[in-house]
Design a protein around this ligand. Structure first.
Ligand code: 2AM
Ligand code: CA
Length: 263
């Protein structure tokens, strides 16, 4: 069941990726609108989402969908499997011609994330996870190194970009992380940051105020690769709060200690 859903999600992500790639060199021609200050959307986000929901709903007409651009469909019945979709994560990068963006498709059923797909169409990197069956990058199995520590690590994050009331708190954490690691990156696509953390390219990630569609697929990837995912106070409400902290077990604990000390 999960294997079939993964195949369908991969097909949806690749179709959408091919569509997005056709616009990569033509972003100056795109109509860009703002959903709220600094939150941009293009026609490509919408086309990508139609493509993904079209593919998934053809295979699973009874499932529910929760997607960035069109909201919820078929929801209401809590028992229904739900696809959580970001058709283009990293829209700001995309608009600026920076090749750091991805499609993120997660599926939740019976109270658990079951399937996760993150696809970077520019680099043709496909990150996949199935609950209980591990995580992969282009069919190579991903295993987070459990010995990784904060010292010497490379950590990814996202800066606050529209709600600035917690900026000082954020910067106090960033200051600590900068001084205790090898470096910090702010690539601009939370979904890819999570995929890279599952792949061991980053040794951890934190960001406040994300949306469920940014993190659903990435959460399963990290868990299946052997990492820890919590919200920023160590709890399990990250899909609701959008405050996310993850990484190899020791790094996760050390980052959690920093956030607690600063708070
Ligand atoms: P999006 O491109 O799908 O909107 C990283 O901070 C996350 O926040 C990204 O995954 C991105 O998802 C979202 N985001 C929205 N607007 C942003 C902005 N102006 N700058 C950075 N990230 C933004
Ligand atoms: Ca997003």
């Amino acid at each position: 069941m999960n294997a079939a859903m993964l195949n369908t999600a991969v097909r949806a992500a690749r179709n959408a990726g091919n569509l997005i790639k056709r616009y990569v060199d033509r972003t100056d021609l795109l109509k860009v609108s703002q959903k709220q200050p600094n939150d941009f959307v293009t026609e490509v986000d919408k086309l990508s989402e139609q493509e993904i929901i079209g593919t998934l709903s053809e295979a699973y007409p009874d499932h529910a969908f929760y997607a960035e651009e069109s909201g919820q469909h078929n929801t209401g019945d809590e028992d229904r499997p739900m696809w959580i979709i970001d058709p283009l994560d990293g829209t700001t990068n995309f608009i600026h011609g920076i090749p750091q963006f991805a499609i993120s498709i997660g599926m939740q059923a019976a109270g658990h994330l079951q399937v996760g797909v993150i696809y970077d169409p520019v680099h043709d990197e496909l990150f996949t996870a199935t609950r209980g069956d591990g995580a992969k990058l282009n069919n190579r199995r991903l295993r987070i190194n459990p010995d990784t520590r904060l010292q010497g690590s490379l950590i990814a994050t996202g800066f606050p970009y529209y709600q600035y009331h917690y900026l000082d708190h954020y910067l106090a954490i960033l200051r600590e992380v900068i001084t205790k690691t090898s470096g910090v990156r702010r690539p601009g696509s939370a979904a890819l940051d999570l995929a890279y953390t599952a792949a061991g390219r980053f040794d951890g990630f934190w960001e406040f105020n994300l949306q469920a569609w940014d993190i659903a697929a990435g959460t399963l990837l990290i868990q299946e690769a052997g990492g820890i995912v919590t919200d920023t106070d160590g709890g399990h409400d990250y899909l609701k709060t959008g405050n996310m902290l993850c990484g190899p077990p020791r790094v996760h604990q050390e980052l959690l200690d920093i956030i607690r000390t600063v708070t």
